[in-house]
Design a protein around this ligand. Structure first.
Ligand code: S3P
Length: 436
């Protein structure tokens, strides 16, 4: 499917954004292996999180939906059943990497598969630490499908993450629950900490030591833990597309309500404010995850040299930051972003293609890009999203600034993370139409 987009004159209004994808995955995983019934509100019903939910149904977990809430009948740490067939995780890297950790500790074998994009993403980064723990895990060419056999039991390890990845960290944390001894994970660049927060919410004991940018997490094995109720806030990564839209579309003022603003996820806010964005954080609430209403007004933006250290904390927002940079005055310089090449598509390549179609001046590098924000664009453009949800949404926002009839192709995968993206865009004043 494609999206047709016309130029927008202004955005106005208040909206709720669907639930956080990262927190949704973790809420189901921990509810399933807790003792007792957990209720989850705000669960993201995007394809990625539904893949995780269905995997647990396949492993014998009863999951029901009542009054917009998901009820999970947890069966305890050792209560999962061998799935009858392969676990198909679709496009979802988070599902595959987190479940590989959890399944390495089970007394049954399993097979994890995914779509073409997921089957080409790097899995060596989880296979290596899981093997060190004693897991029987195999993948040809270090990518999916992944086969997991029953091991002789996992041992705790001390592991320094070679890539700044919350998925790898969370994979090891879940395996660590099944190890015979304590596990220690060392992060040199702190990544999103939703798994740590979710462990704490379920009363699972971990110890975190933070020294400057470095963090050590100790996970203690064989803990019994009990169900809890979870409120999932709006997804900051989904919100980021609308934040940038409101900044660049003239005469705009919008409020995004109840958004998760966990500091390990929101470096984009800091960067945009440094670029000159008029963004206010209101109504801050501290629950297990910090939430707020975000007020955004049209702003004139200036280019920046992005601090590389921030990249793990805005990795999913880089495609839309590229679009903001295209409208900022001056040359934005981004380096140290090689991880973009390992996402649902090679996002450096896909965004270079998009910027090229838009008529933006840029120079791409192995691990980054320079973008000259001249704001002078082509009209009536067609951009391919390469089947990547975030490329599709970032390109759509850029198209709202162009005259003529613009088209973003191959957008079905928006369903993985932001199922009502077009509806919400239109409710704020964007002129977008899905072409079937
Ligand atoms: C995620 C972590 C990030 C992010 C992904 C979700 C998570 O991946 O890109 O969309 O939920 O842990 P990496 O940890 O591999 O960078």
């Amino acid at each position: 499917m494609d999206i047709k987009l016309l130029k927008s004159t202004n955005l106005n209004g208040q909206v709720l954004i669907p639930g956080d994808k990262s927190i949704s995955h973790r809420s189901i995983i921990l509810s399933a292996i807790a003792e007792g019934i957990s209720e989850i509100s705000g669960y993201l019903k995007g394809e990625d999180c539904l893949a995780t939910l269905n995997a647990f149904k396949q492993m014998g977990i009863k999951i029901e939906e009542h009054d917009q809430k998901i009820k999970v009948y947890g069966n305890g740490l050792h209560g999962l059943r061998k799935p009858s067939g392969d676990l198909n995780l679709g496009n979802s890297g988070t599902s595959m990497r987190l479940l590989a950790g959890l399944l390495s500790g089970q007394k049954f074998s399993s097979n994890l598969i995914g779509d073409d994009s997921l089957s080409s993403r790097p899995m060596g980064r989880i296979i290596e630490p899981l093997k060190k723990m004693g897991a029987s895990i195999y993948a040809k060419e270090k990518s999916a499908p992944i086969a997991i056999d029953v091991s002789e039991g996992l041992e705790g390890i001390s592991y320094e993450l070679p890539v700044a990845s919350a998925q790898v960290k969370s994979c090891i944390m879940l395996a660590a629950l099944y190890a015979k001894t304590e596990t220690r994970i060392i992060e040199n660049h702190q990544t999103r900490n939703h798994t740590e927060k979710m462990f704490q919410k379920f009363g699972i004991e971990i110890k975190e030591e933070i020294e400057d940018e470095k963090k050590t997490i100790k996970i203690f094995p064989s803990q019994e833990f009990y169900s809890t109720n979870i409120d999932i806030p709006g997804d900051f990564s989904s919100a980021s597309f609308l934040i940038v839209a409101a900044l660049i579309i003239p005469n705009s003022e919008i409020t995004l309500k109840n958004i998760g603003i966990n500091p390990s996820r929101t470096a984009l806010l800091k960067v945009l404010v440094e670029m000159g964005a008029d963004i206010k954080i209101n109504n801050v609430k501290e629950n297990i995850e910090r939430t707020a209403d975000i007020l955004i007004k049209t702003s004139s933006l200036n280019a920046i040299v992005l601090d590389e250290k921030l990249i793990p904390n805005l990795i999913d927002e880089l495609p839309i930051l590229f679009i903001a940079s295209a409208f900022a005055k001056g040359k934005t310089i981004i380096r140290g972003a090689g991880e973009l090449r390992t996402k649902e598509s090679d996002r450096l390549e896909a965004m270079s293609n998009a910027l090229g179609n838009l008529g933006v001046k840029f120079q791409s590098y192995r691990d980054g890009i320079d973008i000259v924000g001249n704001g002078i664009f082509e009209n009536s453009v067609t951009i391919d999203s390469f089947g990547d949800h975030r490329i599709a949404m970032a390109s759509s926002i850029a198209c709202t600034m162009l005259d003529g009839k613009n088209r973003v192709k191959n957008v079905d995968n928006i369903q993985t993370s932001f199922p009502n993206f077009i509806e919400i865009c239109n409710s704020l004043g964007i002129k977008a139409e899905l072409l079937k």
